[in-house]
Design a protein around this ligand. Structure first.
Ligand code: IFM
Length: 446
């Protein structure tokens, strides 16, 4: 029996733009994702988050689905342009939605875990430079203050940012996510201002509420060289630097990794780093959230899209998800152990883990998803191995509660425990939902 410790938090998660819809209702203004999704060719199939899972109008149904899973906690994000639709303006109707969400969770015995930023920057801030502009970090702290003020009596666990690597590098470095810029120098400045925003927001929340638990969630993934060739080994070090250490080192050690700074010197003078910033960024964390999906294999690729970093290779002969991501649960054990050894001691949560597969509703009205059950089962065992080796892992959240808008991949990639039939908005819990409910009830796997 793979039992988890007493008090281990079992959860599931979503993010505002991926599920809410109601993009123009009750005062919400566009985020960078509304703009990006409206750009021809940016999102597969021209999909947008305008309706998504219509969660904004189906809150009670979705709260009941969460309750049926029997989870302890639900991780969701707040839509910044719903809460602050114009510079300096607070939208009470937007806050009211999250109040109902927090209250509805408590009524069902579920603890809310709030993420303040899951990629939906107000477009009015992007128009002033977005995360490349230092001002955005300050605006983020003000927004954190507003949300905290409205929800603090119902929320103890606050995550500032979700996956700042994705915001900075997919959004500003490679142009694959909103706002669609492809300039490494912009990605570096965005990285710094996101981390600064995290630090300022954490300080703002703690100033108001010393008992608040404040953390950040990173997408972390071990990187191995594709071959023994020293060039590939160097590429793996570069990729690990950009993906993992560029975020972990400033947050946990108060400095950027020297090799990554050297790597990017030709494109940036790092003048955006001001005195005192790194002390703010390294403000103590109450927890670190880890989003784990896959490991990476790096190959030297001087002529690739990111010649300064490395090319990604897929390991041969390894099963993959519908995202083409290789399935390697040992990577989760490896990452959790590394965090404990190199960056600990620190309470950790797996704030996201899950997989997309080609799910479909069968004629009997069921969604049978044995591959997802196998994926989650294997990753929970991998997390359990890390626990057994002393890692301070406090909880695990399945991504995601619902099938939803998978960013540049649109609705074609289904990560949910619950199937969403988008035309009718009917929800059908998949076989994995029943499996997860049993795991939570037993507090482990047999
Ligand atoms: O859907 C995303 C989520 O928004 C952030 N982490 C990864 C998930 C799957 O790609």
């Amino acid at each position: 029996m793979f039992r988890f410790p007493e008090g281990f938090v079992w959860g599931t998660a979503t993010a505002a733009y991926q599920v809410e819809g109601a993009a123009t209702e009750d005062g919400r203004t566009p985020s960078i994702w509304d703009t990006f999704a409206a750009t021809p060719g940016a999102v597969r199939n021209g999909d947008t988050g305008a309706v998504a899972c219509d969660h904004y109008h189906r809150l009670d149904t979705d709260l009941d689905l969460i309750a049926q899973l029997g989870v302890d906690a639900y991780r969701f994000s707040i839509s910044w342009p719903r809460v602050m639709p114009e510079p300096g303006q607070v939208n009470q109707k937007g806050l009211d939605f999250y109040r109902r969400l927090v209250d509805g969770l408590h009524e069902r015995g579920v603890t809310p875990f709030v993420t303040l930023y899951h990629w939906d920057l107000p477009q009015y801030l992007e128009d002033r430079g977005g995360w490349v502009a230092r001002e955005t970090a300050q605006r983020f702290a003000e927004y954190a203050d507003v949300v905290h003020d409205a929800l603090a009596d119902g929320v103890a666990d606050w995550t500032t940012l979700n996956e700042p690597w994705v915001s900075a590098w997919l959004g500003y470095g490679y142009g694959l996510h909103a706002p669609g810029r492809a300039e490494p120098a912009a990605a570096l400045a965005a990285t710094h201002h996101l981390l600064l925003g995290h630090g300022l927001a954490a300080e703002a929340i703690r100033h108001r509420d010393p008992a608040a638990r404040v953390g950040i969630t990173l997408n972390l993934s071990p990187v191995a060289p594709a071959t023994d060739d020293p060039a590939d080994q160097a590429a793996a070090r570069r990729m690990d630097g950009q993906l993992n250490r560029l975020f972990l080192d400033p947050l946990r050690r108060g400095h950027y990794p020297a090799d990554v700074v050297e790597l990017y010197r030709p494109v940036s003078d790092f003048a955006f780093v001001h005195d005192g910033d790194l002390a703010t960024i390294a403000t103590p964390l109450d927890f670190l959230g880890v989003n784990y999906y896959r490991p990476n294999l790096a190959a030297d690729e001087p002529a690739g899209t990111d010649p300064l970093a490395a090319g990604v290779r897929l390991p041969p002969d390894v099963a993959r998800t519908a995202m083409e991501w290789p399935i390697q649960p040992e990577g989760l054990t490896e990452m959790l152990l590394r965090l404990q050894q190199e960056y600990g001691p620190l309470p950790l949560y797996v704030t996201e883990n899950g997989a997309a597969f080609h799910d479909y509703l069968d004629p009997a009205g069921h969604v049978n998803d044995p591959q997802r059950i196998a994926y989650l089962d294997a990753h929970l065992r991998a997390a359990h191995v890390a626990l057994g080796q002393g890692v301070d892992l406090r909880g695990y959240f399945v991504w995601s509660l619902l099938d939803n808008f998978e960013w540049a991949e649109g609705y074609g990639r289904r990560f949910g425990l619950v199937y969403v039939e988008y035309g009718s908005q009917r929800r059908v819990p998949k076989a994995s939902a029943g499996w997860y409910r049993d795991v939570v009830r037993a507090n482990g796997l047999t």
